[in-house]
Design a protein around this ligand. Structure first.
Ligand SMILES: Nc1ncnc2c1ncn2[C@@H]1O[C@H](COP(=O)(O)OP(=O)(O)OP(=O)(O)O)[C@@H](O)[C@H]1O
Length: 767
């Protein structure tokens, strides 16, 4: 299976720490109010006709506390709530599409850096062979003595990049905000209520988008019109990159499509444009393009179907002929794999000069060392413009944002091999302020709370659930087991701290085991003893459950590594029931979270609610299917293994058929880009360390088109590591707000810093 993107690979995980230095502390007070403050209203003596006018409104929030349930009213930003990221530590609990990604990350190291005499070049050698195939990406030598290559100049790389950017930024700012007094205090295009820049109005859009054979009337919302003007202005100024970072569901797709239409209409630029997106939204892109820009030829280039086009495109491109489309739609996976077909695909893409390369869910490019980033850059580098769409540009840290910036404007933000993690300290308030100010004109970000007063409210609930005895005993047993092992190791190494005594991987493995039990005890093996496993293996071996060439010992080893649920599934699949037997429905209710679902879901159904349930673990989704069967509700399921061609059908069926009560989704494959406004309730079964992942998921139904208030439930198992993870993720959102939103300041004297994963384990195991 293949993950869409964004998984934490083992390698990333090794480098991932949860030190407080990487996460901003919460502003201290007042806790119940928003961290943002309204921007000053600007005086505009002679304002030009506004290109839009939206009131900049602070979100209102009220926090109620009700025993185990925290309710946070949020008018849209989702800013104060939180979530968490899961670790891959176990063998039997696969993150959606995980394995291939790790391989790919490994293979990503094939990039060879060569130095040329003039300037620096790096050559991506994924195309084996001929000169024609070799893509050279020239990095423009930075002006005025930049030292990007390491050594003493390292510290200056960030400063110099910002300095270069500041010049363009100042120029742009002048255009965007005009030179009238008062506007200089403005950081954000989105905050400007009247701009001096207006390139197009709704009338131009009517003109550009009209189609004879369609009744559809494309009408942009005022803030969307601003977005389109923003993109057109950057185009006009010859700026080669932009980030449209509106919150999820505000219509980035629509703004981008209208922009491409206008390029054709006003600038006689019909493309070709390349749109890169996750597989789940490929169909949606095609649909929106056909609807909003019917005059364009759109070609979806994905999956087995692309073989049919491949030869034709190849010969056209070789002959130097223009492509037979305006927009080519591809998935990120095209830039990640090493099959001959994919290498050929990339070769074709590199032969055309793209007008706009547009990346949807562009946070997929948060790692500049990834194969995906480098291969896509080799295609996008020569494009007139790289346009990035993402509702969550800042994932975990500043260096990840920098990867996006470098993709957007490589000539300015190039940093070569400098360790940006060291240079971009999330607690450097001066740096954050500077970045925020300089980046303002390149990044357009509007929050729902800013632009859509009429959008339905989003209510955040944290549902603390309590383990019953069996689950609690399992959790305690795990603590005892790992405590004994850890203490022995600490003694052996005469180490003072557990974090130092245990390798990082071991720490994450232990942590994952605790997470599993907190989610569902069937995710570990406790019911089926070693003796049971041997008996089961003896039954399965002769019937070839693992193939006929496998020895019995090998089968025993294999089954021993399975969790209870997987063994149960195996027994079911092979009809082996005369050993210990399959599990019964009562086993599925062993987890506090599933019991809570059994209480919540029937009453939600009765009230006419419809629910999205997200988990990061495919095996947890399997258990949740069982749970929903036991509860007796109808559902659909979408995860990384769902055929790309089936995904949109599942979405449409769920949205249209109100008799389907729930949709089970993997946070990775189902959490991004999808429009699931048929639901009004989101349950995050297990949170992610990275709060942006869950934020994306919850906004599948809190978006344009939603008519009912949306409630988000986060399930947190009391007295388990779930609580720590929730805390970690919650704080990460503060950094996001500090860099990307106005009026948010970093406060260094926050609460006690949150613990690292090692510290959390130490307090559990060394007590
Ligand atoms: N001006 C508009 N008129 C009608 N429908 C709109 C308009 N703008 C957006 N929509 C609809 O609202 C929904 C959300 O828009 P879209 O998918 O473009 O949001 P997004 O910002 O790209 O979301 P995400 O970040 O989740 O991918 C879509 O169904 C889209 O068709």
């Amino acid at each position: 299976m293949k993950r869409d993107f964004d998984e934490i690979s083992e390698e990333e995980w090794q480098q991932h720490s949860f030190n407080p230095s990487r996460v901003l502390k919460q502003p201290r007070a007042p806790k119940t109010t928003t961290t943002r403050t309204p921007p000053p209203r600007r005086q505009q003596p002679n304002p030009s006709p506004p290109i839009e006018s939206f009131a900049y409104r602070r979100p209102s929030k009220a926090i109620e506390s009700d025993d185990d349930c925290v309710v946070v009213e949020d008018s849209g930003s989702g800013e104060s709530d939180s979530d968490v990221k899961i670790v891959n530590g176990g063998d039997d609990l696969l993150l959606d599409d995980e394995e291939e990604e790790e391989e790919e990350e490994e293979e990503a190291k094939v990039v060879v850096v060569r130095r040329a005499r003039v300037g620096r070049r790096f050559v991506i050698e994924d195309e084996e062979g001929s000169e024609e195939d070799e893509v050279e990406v020239e990095e423009v030598s930075s002006s005025e003595g930049e030292d990007g290559g390491g050594g003493d100049g390292d510290e200056d790389v960030v400063g110099m990049a910002l300095q270069k950017c500041a010049k363009i930024s100042a120029d742009l700012r002048k255009e965007l905000y005009g030179s009238s007094s008062g506007v200089t205090t403005c950081d954000r295009y989105s905050e400007v209520e009247s701009s001096t820049v207006r390139i197009v109005t709704q009338t131009d859009i009517d003109e550009a988008c009209k189609a004879e054979d369609s009744d559809f009337q494309p009408i942009l919302k005022p803030y969307q019109l601003v977005g389109v003007n923003f993109l057109l202005l950057l185009y006009k100024k010859g700026i080669e990159g932009a980030i449209l970072a509106d919150e999820m569901g505000l219509g980035k797709t629509i703004q981008a499509i209208t922009y491409l239409t206008l390029l054709n209409h006003l600038n006689n630029d019909p493309g070709p444009h390349l749109v890169v997106c996750p597989a789940s939204v490929l169909e949606n892109w095609e649909r929106e393009l056909r609807k909003w820009c019917p005059s364009f030829n759109v070609l979806q280039y994905h999956g087995a179907a692309r073989a049919a086009y491949s030869r034709e495109l190849n010969s056209l491109s070789k002959a130097g002929k223009p492509p037979p489309f305006n927009v080519l739609l591809v998935c990120y996976s095209l830039f990640e794999r090493h099959s001959e077909q994919q290498k050929d695909d990339r070769k074709v893409l590199k032969r055309w000069r793209w007008s706009c390369v547009l990346m949807d869910e562009a946070h997929a490019l948060k790692d500049k060392n990834s194969y995906r980033w480098k291969n896509l850059m080799s295609v996008a580098r020569n494009a007139n413009q790289r346009l990035m769409l993402t509702g969550t540009p800042l994932q975990n840290d500043l260096h990840e944002l920098w990867s996006l910036l470098e993709f957007m404007l490589p000539d300015i933000f190039t940093t070569e091999n400098v360790d940006l993690k060291k240079l971009l300290n999330a607690e450097d308030t001066e740096l954050i302020t500077r970045m925020k100010s300089i980046l303002g004109p390149f990044i357009l970000r509007r929050l729902k709370s800013d632009v859509m007063q009429q959008l339905v409210p989003k209510i955040q609930r944290v549902e603390y659930v309590h383990m019953e005895k069996k689950q609690e005993d399992t959790y305690k047993e795990a603590i005892e087991d790992y405590r004994a092992a850890s203490q022995a190791r600490v003694l052996k190494l005469s180490s003072k701290s557990l974090a130092k005594a245990l390798p990082k991987r071991q720490i994450s493995n232990y942590f994952t085991q605790f997470r599993k039990i907190a989610n569902h005890p069937l995710l570990i093996r406790r019911i089926y003893s070693d003796e049971d496993v041997i008996r089961i293996a003896r039954k399965l071996h002769p019937i070839g459950a693992f193939g006929f060439e496998c020895s019995l010992e090998r089968v025993i080893e294999e089954v021993k590594s399975y969790n209870d649920f997987r063994i149960h599934q195996l027994l079911l699949q092979y009809g082996v029931n005369n050993t210990k037997g399959t599990l019964s429905d009562k086993h599925v209710m062993l987890s506090a979270k599933c019991r809570t679902l059994a209480e919540l879901l029937p009453s939600m159904k009765k009230s006419g609610n419809r629910v999205l349930i997200f988990s990061q673990w495919t095996s947890m989704l399997d258990i949740l299917e069982w749970t929903l069967d036991v509860i007796g509700v109808t559902y659909r399921r979408l995860d990384g293994s769902t055929q790309v061609t089936d995904r949109q059908t599942i979405v449409d069926t769920f949205n249209n058929d109100k008799s389907i009560f729930a949709c089970l989704l993997s946070t990775r494959a189902g959490g991004q880009g999808l429009n699931l406004t048929g639901a009004d309730t989101v349950i995050i079964h297990d949170m992610d360390f990275n709060p942006q992942i869950d934020r994306q998921a919850e906004d599948r139904c809190h978006r344009i088109g939603q008519t009912k208030p949306v409630t988000i439930f986060r399930l947190v198992t009391k007295s388990t590591v779930d609580e720590n993870i929730y805390e970690i993720a919650k704080r990460k959102l503060v950094l996001d707000a500090a860099v990307l939103e106005s009026g948010v300041h970093v406060d260094d004297d926050g609460d006690t810093p949150e613990k690292t994963m090692g510290e959390i384990l130490a307090s559990l195991l060394m007590a």
